[in-house]
Design a protein. Structure first.
Length: 210
């Protein structure tokens, strides 16, 4: 005898259980953002999607009265200006093509997950050479470039990549994400040392997207 399909309420509980580690880390940071329009925008007309290995029905969740949320560990505490700004302007990241250059991408895991949750498409490069190849192949592909400052190839690899991008006569915004404050090189959109600063700069850089 086939088992009865799970109820909407059971699905919601499964999601909470599967997401426990993520939810705990976000609660510890005191930060999450509800972005219902962006969620619907991510999936278009599709009703079902898979999250954390569980197939989820948006209609079923709505019928159960469950709130669909995207947890953003960059947003700051409840009531913060950035949290409010995300609710209004988070759609700018939906579909944005971002090139992220860092020789240690695992160090940006939470930030990358947050950007992808908002609908951004991330391409990762570990070196200036790899990034340059991507930029030269399709100069207009990316809406934004994120970069660290130093990499094994050079203590100033980030500024060197910025110079390459400028040489391509590209108007693609360039943001540094670094561990300590530095002077901002000419041509860069900004420099962030904290996740919340990074997201503020990204929203600024993508202002023309809506």
């Amino acid at each position: 005898m086939a088992a009865d399909p799970p109820t909407a309420g059971q699905i919601a509980v499964q999601i909470m259980q599967a997401s426990a580690g993520i939810i705990w880390s976000l609660l510890a940071a005191g930060a999450f953002v509800t972005l219902l329009p962006q969620i619907r925008g991510l999936f278009g007309k599709a009703d079902q999607f898979e999250a954390f290995g569980i197939k989820v029905s948006l209609k079923a969740l709505a019928a159960a009265g469950a709130e669909k949320q995207v947890a953003i560990p960059l947003a700051g505490p409840e009531g913060s200006p950035l949290r409010d700004r995300l609710a209004k302007e988070g759609k700018r990241l939906n579909g944005a093509e971002i090139l992220w250059v860092d020789d240690r991408p695992s160090g940006n895991h939470n930030e990358a997950q947050a950007l992808m949750a908002l609908g951004a498409h991330l391409t990762f490069a570990a070196s200036t050479a790899e990034a340059e190849e991507l930029l030269r192949a399709r100069p207009c592909r990316f809406d934004l470039v994120l970069s660290d400052w130093a990499r094994p190839e050079s203590p100033a690899a980030g500024p060197a990549l910025l110079a390459i991008l400028s040489g391509l006569e590209s108007d693609t915004p360039f943001i540094f994400y670094v561990g300590q404050p530095r002077d901002l090189p000419p041509g860069a959109q900004g420099l962030a040392t904290r996740p919340d600063q990074l997201l503020e700069l990204i929203l600024d850089a993508l202002k023309d997207r809506g």
